[in-house]
Ligand binder design. Structure first.
Ligand SMILES: *[C@@H]1O[C@H](CO)[C@@H](O)[C@H](O)[C@H]1NC(C)=O
Ligand SMILES: *[C@@H]1O[C@H](CO)[C@@H](O)[C@H](O)[C@H]1NC(C)=O
Ligand SMILES: *[C@@H]1O[C@H](CO)[C@@H](O)[C@H](O)[C@H]1NC(C)=O
Ligand SMILES: *[C@@H]1O[C@H](CO)[C@@H](O)[C@H](O)[C@H]1NC(C)=O
Length: 315
């Protein structure tokens, strides 16, 4: 019985397709509801061909399936030969899958370049690679990541390095935070990347696929302080600055920095009202030993505790 029912289903489907094919339109004019990336393939990890501003008009020429965004796998190809998630365009009072042609099986393929890397320092993984972009997750030193593409266009320069890499968790890490520079000849360029906000591009109720908007270590998007020039570069303002195993005066000294020495900082700790910073030597210096005030608004350096795994105690 079951096979007869499914056979009937196929027959009905074929009839349905034949009747609706007659009404397929060459394109449907619409506009982007939010700023949205138009990609080389219909997946969030695919590189960008261009992006549309919110309110910008576009013509959708065919539909395909790709990364599930907010519960929906439907993506549209535009007249610029790239793909946008239908979630980011104005609501359509109809059905794209009957009103437009299917883009074809080939359009569903994902082409990604991949390269493994490991983080040397605590790293903010951001939704886009510039200073005001939201942090999607806080990754600890020694976290393994997989890189998919690189960019050095309009990025935040970290110490002296403008390169950022997109990871397979769909956020960007600064090259400076990696143990070694990846060989970008094996990686795609990410293409033009717009300013994105977690507000419009997040994984509500877990309805998007992991390779879209899901942060990796933490499951909630936390649009906290507009953070900063991280790692930051400061200089020692005392004759010596002692770098300790923990952020208290009683802790053992791991390293001693000298007057005017340049030190790179990862994050901040508040010990009973006294600010300390963790350096790239993984020890802590009192902020008052530096010329600069790393705890100040200018730097907006993150708190070290943000990088702690909230689930660690349960494991
Ligand atoms: C959409 O197609 C129409 C007809 O070819 C054209 O007039 C219009 O400029 C196109 N819109 C965009 C955004 O390309
Ligand atoms: C660190 O900062 C100092 C002072 O602002 C600057 O002269 C130096 O070039 C910086 N070092 C790097 C590696 O950016
Ligand atoms: C997420 O859950 C809330 C509350 O249950 C609901 O109102 C909202 O529509 C859901 N969003 C999606 C995209 O499913
Ligand atoms: C912080 O303050 C509390 C309460 O005043 C005190 O018990 C504790 O020892 C202090 N810790 C440090 C590291 O100074």
């Amino acid at each position: 019985m079951a096979s007869r029912y499914s056979l009937l289903g196929i027959v009905l489907n074929v009839l349905f397709c034949v009747t609706t094919n007659a009404e397929v339109k060459p394109y449907i004019s619409t506009e982007a509801e939010y700023r949205t990336e138009c990609k080389t393939c219909p997946r969030s990890l695919c590189t960008n061909t261009l992006y549309y501003e919110g309110g910008e008009s576009l013509n959708a020429t065919c539909w395909t399936r790709g990364t599930k965004i907010m519960g929906d796998r439907l993506w549209l190809k535009t007249e610029s030969e790239c793909y946008v998630t239908q979630y980011d365009v104005l609501e359509y009072d109809g059905d794209y899958t009957t009103d437009l042609a299917y883009c074809g099986k080939k359009s569903e393929e994902q082409h990604l370049t991949l390269e493994d890397a490991t983080l040397q320092y605590k790293t903010e993984c951001r939704i886009c690679p510039s200073i005001t972009c939201d942090t999607v997750s806080y990754l600890k030193e020694d976290t393994d990541v997989t890189l998919t593409c690189w960019t050095d266009e309009d990025t935040q320069i970290i110490i002296d390095d403008p390169y950022w890499m997109k990871t397979t968790n769909n956020c960007y890490v600064a090259q400076k935070n990696l143990y070694s520079k990846p060989d970008i000849t094996y990686l795609d360029n990410c293409g033009p990347i717009p300013f994105l906000e977690v507000l419009h591009h997040w994984n509500e109720n877990g309805t998007s696929d992991v390779n879209k908007r899901e942060p990796d270590a933490l499951s909630l998007p936390v649009p906290i302080e507009q953070s900063a020039q991280y790692l930051i570069n400061v200089t020692v303002g005392e004759e010596y600055a002692y770098c300790r195993y923990c952020p208290e005066d009683r802790c053992r000294v791991k390293k001693r920095y000298e007057f005017d020495q340049e030190v790179w900082l990862q994050c901040l700790v508040d010990t009973n009202g006294t600010w300390w910073s963790e350096t790239t030597d993984f020890c802590y210096v009192k902020n008052s030993d530096f010329w600069q005030s790393p705890e100040g608004d200018y730097y907006r350096n993150p708190l070290c505790e943000r990088f702690e795994d909230p689930d660690e105690d349960d494991e």
